[in-house]
Design a protein around this ligand. Sequence first.
Ligand code: NAD
Length: 255
Amino acid sequence: MFSLANKITLVTGAGSGIGAAIAEVFAHAGAHVFVADRDTQGGHATVERIKATKASAEFIALDVTSEGDCERARQTAHNAFGRLDVLVNNAGIGHVGTILQTTAADLDRLYAVNVRGTFSVTKAFLPGMIERKNGVIINLASIGGIVAVRDRLAYCATKFAIVGLTKSIALDHAKQGIRCNCICPGRVETPFVTARLKEYPDPVAAYKEMASTQAIGRMAKPEEIAAAALYLASDEASFMTGSEFVIDGGWSAGK
Ligand code: NAD
């Protein structure tokens, strides 16, 4: 079940957290994984963990805000394999603040990585996928792309945009063999959350509060999100496109 044998895949932001877990589960399912990140050290560490299990991965230096980097990543994948089968737009950054605590520069910074980054990487790889009438795109949105999360104005604005981007790509290219879905996790215990916790006056209280937002009463592990990415990437998800795959421990089920 859920084999990615012979699939060529690329995961952005795969040097840490959810992206690293997706890269590992893809590699173990038989894919070749391009581990793409602006963080060279984190990216190489993911590749080494994958190679230690005799699975297949290589690092690509990629800052998703650079169109030049996106084009170089496309050339690397196409020169080596002539194609990319699965693209995961996972790289993302966060920010804590209401609209009054968010500067225009904060909003631009989040937009550049979360939205324009997803846009640019997809634009680099989509034409090749359309040419072969086969391609899967998975975007990391968030529960903050489904409902508002308190004190996350800029983050929610970008994650709602990713849901829109996902649905537009799905609709426009469904008949060309492209499937595009997004994953909307609740809180996942990664360096992303650790960084946010440091922005609170009482990080211990903030951790408890963050864990309790999920009906399940804890945060997710990155592997619990990677499992959904594996399903979406696989041929078993062949009728799934334009969807928000919500994995939020019951966060959005109600209060
Ligand atoms: P993380 O901070 O652990 O990892 C993010 C990775 O993205 C890092 O390796 C970082 O170097 C990379 N990155 C950042 N900016 C980049 C850029 N410009 N170009 C290339 N790489 C870049 O974060 P995570 O928790 O694993 O989150 C991954 C994705 O999941 C993000 O899009 C995030 O918004 C989303 N998400 C996370 C949570 C959570 O609670 N952790 C919840 C919902 C959604």
